[in-house]
Ligand binder design. Structure first.
Ligand code: APR
Length: 172
């Protein structure tokens, strides 16, 4: 399934299979891997990814770090750490927006032309998908107003996530 709004497209896929310049990982502060998309990316990229992440040593919430993609089709992996949802009154929205903003800025610095994002924080970290997808798309749109040569893909991993993103795309 594909929906597009300018240079933002929506797809349902396993992000580790995408042939883009960079995929974004929903990591944790330690950067040593975990479950969800983090686990899938580490599994697909292979053991050197863990070694590079360990050398980096960690990543504060809202920030982004870049590594090689190793055995992935993607050349780069941008690791960002989303906020854990605690009800919405602890700055979660702003921190999530920072994840997308900092990942896109880092991608631009590395000359990345196509980048795929999972729904950061909307899994284990409990951020409501309906709210998270609007923050994601708003930051993607804002970035493309300044850097229109990048193709951004929002990757969904369930029908319900796809429907939330589709509805939010209509509001862009
Ligand atoms: N491809 C694309 N999207 C995926 C994939 C995949 N292979 N696997 C999971 N997802 C989706 C989930 O369905 C969810 O919508 O990614 C979104 C983010 O979910 P999580 O991976 O649980 O990430 P997050 O909520 O940010 O929690 C991060 O989970 O895996 C640990 O180490 C990670 O501690 C960190 C925490």
């Amino acid at each position: 399934m594909q929906t597009a709004s300018g240079k933002i497209s929506l797809t349902m896929a396993d992000i580790t299979t995408l042939e883009v310049d960079a995929i974004v990982n929903a990591a944790n502060n330690s950067l040593v891997g975990g479950g969800g998309v983090d686990g899938a990316i580490h599994k697909a990229a292979g053991p050197q990814l863990f070694k590079e992440c360990r050398r980096i040593g960690g990543c504060p919430t809202g920030e982004a770090r870049i590594t090689s993609g190793y055995q992935l089709a993607a050349r780069w992996i941008i690791h960002t750490v989303g906020p854990i949802w605690r009800g919405g009154d602890e700055g979660e929205d702003d921190l999530l927006a920072c994840c997308y903003r900092n990942s896109l800025i880092l991608g631009r610095q590395y000359g990345i032309k196509s980048i795929a994002f999972p729904a950061i924080s909307a899994g284990v970290y409990g951020f409501p998908m309906e709210r998270a997808c609007r923050i994601a798309l708003k930051e993607m749109k804002r970035f493309l107003e300044k850097s229109s040569d990048m193709e951004i893909i929002a990757v969904c991993f369930s029908n319900s996530a796809y429907r939330y993103y589709q509805d939010a795309m209509q509001e862009l």
